[in-house]
Design a protein around this ligand. Structure first.
Ligand code: CA
Length: 218
């Protein structure tokens, strides 16, 4: 899962990026409205954290533009405390949720998790797919109740495949959703990672569809 943070306050941006990275996300950041709008319009994210007061283009305008451009990514806006008008404006412009500043980092993470789950039609924090269980509150995957030890990248891929269970997912799509924009993207890396994951999840877990991609088929 990959998240974009658009926030001009360097300290808040760094705190958010660090917390999201340790919660298992690939993270990209933008410090002004123009860069933020551009990244959101051209890259593939599973969720966006959007500050409203930004240089160049404000958060509400970014949101309105994205929605007009058909970009449906879940967006969590950061609003000023006690500004109910900002929350209403944000939600009406297409935000899916908000957190008021100053916020508790755990609340932001929990809301992002919930937005991503809902975007995939999953109501609970624990997802079962055949013998596999994904617990997003612990960043863990289990097979028949036994925890599977994974690297952060393996976990990210496993979580993405489980949320997209049954769908054929291309290598490009996998690359876009598990690596940040600075990663040197080479499709062989995905093949290697898939093979490593097969050894951990079970050889029956991931099917290759020739020329199309991979599917979690449990
Ligand atoms: Ca700001």
């Amino acid at each position: 899962m990959r998240v974009l943070i658009v926030e001009d306050d360097a300290d808040i941006q760094r705190l958010l990026a660090t917390a999201l990275a340790s919660a298992g996300y690939a993270v990209d950041t933008a410090s002004d409205g123009e860069d933020g709008h551009h990244l959101g319009a051209t890259e593939s994210y599973d969720a966006v954290i959007l500050d409203l007061g930004l240089p160049q283009i404000d958060g509400i305008s970014i949101l309105e533009r994205w929605r007009k451009e058909g970009i449906t990514v879940p967006v969590l806006i950061l609003t000023a405390r006690d500004s109910w008008t900002e929350k209403v404006k944000g939600l009406r412009a297409g935000a899916d949720d908000y957190v008021a500043k100053p916020f508790q980092m755990e609340e932001v993470i929990a809301r992002i998790e919930a937005l991503i789950r809902r975007a995939h039609g999953i109501a609970s924090a624990v997802l079962n797919v055949g013998p596999l269980t994904l617990d997003t509150t612990q960043n863990m995957v289990f097979r028949d109740g036994n925890p599977i030890i994974m690297t952060p990248l393996e976990y990210r891929l496993a979580a993405y495949l489980m949320m997209r269970r049954g769908a054929v997912i291309s290598k490009t799509e996998i690359t876009e959703h598990i690596y940040d924009q600075n990663f040197d993207r080479d499709s062989n890396v995905v093949e290697v990672l898939i093979n490593r994951l097969r050894k951990k999840l079970g050889t029956d877990a991931i099917e290759t569809r020739r020329g199309q991609g991979y599917v979690l088929a449990l």
